[in-house]
Design a protein around this ligand. Structure first.
Ligand code: SAM
Length: 281
C-alpha cells in the first residue's frame, strides 16, 4: 500500500488517506466537510477521492504504457462491450457532439467518434498527459475527435456545448463525485444525457465482500507482472467507500440530473448510470 506511486515521490504515511492504508495502519480521515458522507448516504460512503490530484495524474502517467493491456486482462476482454453500452446510453447519433471525461487512452471517445461520424465532434479530456499523448497518437485519423489535458472538475467549455457527456472508470478518481456530475451536466445541453460507467461491488453483501477481497489480492499481482504493483493496489482501494449504484444515482440527482437510472453489468462488478440534464422550462 505504501508503495502507491512507483516513480513518484511518496507522501508521508500521515498524508496518506485512510482508505489506502492497511487496517493496522488506519489513520483518522482528515477532518472537514468534504469527508462527511452527503445527506442520505450511509456513513461509509466517501463523497470523493482522497488522493491528491497531482498523485493521481502522476500515477496514471506512469501506468499509461501498460494501461490498455492490463485493462484487457483484468476485465477478461469485456471492457469493449461495456463501452458500447455506454455509447448507446448517450443516444448520440450522426452529427452529435460529446465529451468524454477521464478518457485515458481514448477508447470510449473513439467509440463515440465512430457513432457521431465525421460531421460530429468528440472531445476527450484527461488529467494525465501521457494518457492523452497515447490517445492522440492512436486516433489521429479520426477528424471529429480531439484530446485535451484537463481536469474533469474544471472544464474549459461553455454551458450546454455538448449533446452528451461520458465518464468511464474515471469518476472514482475525482476529488468530488457530485461536483464531477455537476460539471458534466453544465457542459451538456438541456435534454442531453450524462453517462457514467464505473466499477461497483456486486450483491449480495457476502459476495461483494468476497469479490472485493479477491480483487484486492489479484489486481496488485497482475499489476506486478508489468512492474506496476503499487498503482494496482490503488485500484481496489479506490473502490472502498465508493457509493453503491443506488447511492451514486442519488449523487446524480443531487447534481441536478433527472430521469436517473442504472443497470448492473458483469454480475454487478460494473454499473452503468445515466441521467438527463433537465429540459429548460
Ligand atoms: C481508470 S482510468 C480510465 C480511463 C478510460 N476512461 C477507460 O475507460 O479506460 C482513469 C483515468 O482518469 C483520469 N483522471 C483522474 N482524475 C482526473 C481528473 N480530475 N480529471 C480528468 N481525468 C482524470 C486518469 O488520468 C486516468 O486516465
Amino acid at each position: 500500500m505504501i508503495g502507491l506511486l512507483r516513480r513518484v515521490p511518496l507522501p508521508r504515511l500521515s498524508q496518506l488517506p485512510a482508505c489506502l492504508l492497511p487496517p493496522h495502519l488506519s489513520l483518522p480521515r482528515p477532518g472537514g466537510s468534504r469527508q462527511k458522507p452527503p445527506a442520505g448516504d450511509p456513513p461509509e460512503v466517501r463523497p470523493g477521492n482522497l488522493v491528491p490530484e497531482s498523485h493521481v495524474a502522476a500515477m496514471f502517467d506512469d501506468i499509461a504504457p501498460v494501461y490498455d493491456r492490463l485493462n484487457t486482462i483484468m476485465t477478461l476482454g469485456l471492457d469493449g462491450r461495456w463501452r458500447r453500452a455506454a455509447v448507446a446510453a448517450t443516444a448520440v447519433m450522426s452529427g452529435s457532439s460529446a465529451i468524454d471525461l477521464a478518457g485515458g487512452t481514448g477508447k470510449l471517445a473513439a467509440a463515440l467518434a465512430e457513432q457521431v461520424g465525421p460531421f460530429g465532434r468528440v472531445v476527450g479530456v484527461d488529467l494525465a498527459p501521457a494518457m492523452v499523448d497515447l490517445a492522440r497518437a492512436r486516433y489521429r485519423d479520426l477528424v471529429q475527435l480531439e484530446f485535451r489535458v484537463g481536469n474533469a472538475l474544471q472544464l474549459p467549455f461553455a454551458n450546454g456545448e455538448f449533446d452528451a457527456a461520458t465518464i468511464a472508470f474515471g469518476l472514482r478518481n475525482l476529488a468530488d463525485f457530485e461536483a464531477g456530475f455537476r460539471e458534466m451536466a453544465r457542459v451538456v445541453r438541456s435534454g442531453g444525457w450524462v453517462v457514467c460507467l464505473e466499477l461497483s461491488v456486486p450483491r449480495p453483501r457476502w459476495w461483494g465482500r468476497t469479490y472485493h477481497a479477491l480483487f484486492r489480492r489479484v489486481a496488485p499481482v497482475v499489476g506486478g507482472l508489468f512492474g506496476r504493483r503499487g498503482a494496482y493496489e490503488y485500484l481496489p482501494a479506490s473502490l472502498e467507500g465508493f457509493p453503491r449504484p443506488e447511492h451514486l444515482a442519488l449523487t446524480m440527482r443531487r447534481a441536478g440530473l433527472v430521469d436517473v437510472s442504472y443497470r448492473r453489468l458483469a454480475l454487478g462488478a460494473v454499473a452503468l448510470h445515466r441521467g438527463r440534464v433537465a429540459p429548460s422550462a
